[in-house]
Design a protein around this ligand. Sequence first.
Ligand code: NDP
Length: 274
Amino acid sequence: MSSIDRYAVIGHGLGHSRSPQIHALFAQSTGQPMQYGLIDVPAAGFAAAVRDFLAGGGRGLNVTVPHKEAALALATRLTPRARRAGAVNTLAHGAGGDATAVLGDNTDGAGLVRDITVNLGYALTGTRVLLLGAGGAARGVIAPLLEGGVGELKVHNRTPARAQRLAQEFADLGAIASGDGEAGGEYDLIINATSASLRGELPSVPPKACGPHTLCYDMAYGSSGTVFLHWARTAGAAGALMGLGMLVEQAAESFLLWRGVRPDTAPVLAALRT
Ligand code: NDP
C-alpha cells in the first residue's frame, strides 16, 4: 500500500476529465502530498470499483456521470447537502475518525453558484432560471440555486416524470416547477445540466426560452465549446458559458473536505483556460 494519500475521479467515459490536472495543481499550491487518478467504469462495476479503491487505502473519490445517485446508496454517512440533493459527487473515506466510514457529500451546487456569482459576477437574486436535465448534476444544484436567491426555477427534462419528481421534492425551498416551459417566455438564465453535450447532442429547449437577455451556461465543457453553447449564440443569448469554472469550484470544495484546506481557484482556472 502506498504511503501517499490517494484520490481519484470515478465515472464512465472519462476521456474529457480535467479533474486530475485540477487536483494536481491544488496539491502543488497548498503543499498537500497526494496522488489523484482516474477510474473509468460502467454503472454495473461502480460499487465493486469503489470498494476495491477504498480497501486499497484510497482516501476519497470524486464521482461523476453516471454514478452520482449510486454513490448516494453506497455512502455510510451523508452531509446535509448531499442528503438534500439525493446525489453524491464526493466520497471521503475514514471521515470523522471512523476508519470504516464513507462520507458522501455534494459539492456541485456550491461550485456552480460560486462560479456564477463570484467568478462571473452574476447576481442570482430574483432571476427566472430554466434548468435542463434531472439527473445527478441537476439534483445537486437545485437547493443551492433556490437558497442563492433564484426567484423562479423551471426544470425541463427529456423524461418529464423525473423533472416532476424533482419539482415536488424541492417545493419546500421556493418557486420550483417542472414542464416544457412553453408559456415561460424568456429566462434570465438557462443551465444545461443534461449529459447531451458529452455526445455532441442538443437537449430540447422550450421555444422562446432564450432571448437577448438570457445567459446560457453549459455544465459540460470542451476545448471547442459545446453544441448547446453554439445553439445559445445562434439564438442570440447575452452570454454562452461552459462549466469549467464550476468544475474547478466543486473540486475546491471536495479538496477542502478531504484535506481541510481551501485552495485558491483563480490561478487553476486561468491555467486550464490557456
Ligand atoms: P446523469 O446521467 O445523472 O443525468 C443525465 C441527464 O441528461 C438526464 O436528465 C437525462 O435525461 C439527460 N440527457 C441525456 N442525454 C440527453 C439528450 N440527448 N437530450 C436531452 N437530455 C439528455 O448525468 P449528470 O447529471 O451526472 O451529469 C450531467 C452533465 O453535467 C454532464 O455533462 C456532466 O459532465 C456535467 N457536469 C459538470 C460538472 C462541472 O463541474 N462542470 C459537475 C457535474 C456534472 P433522462 O432523464 O431523460 O435520461
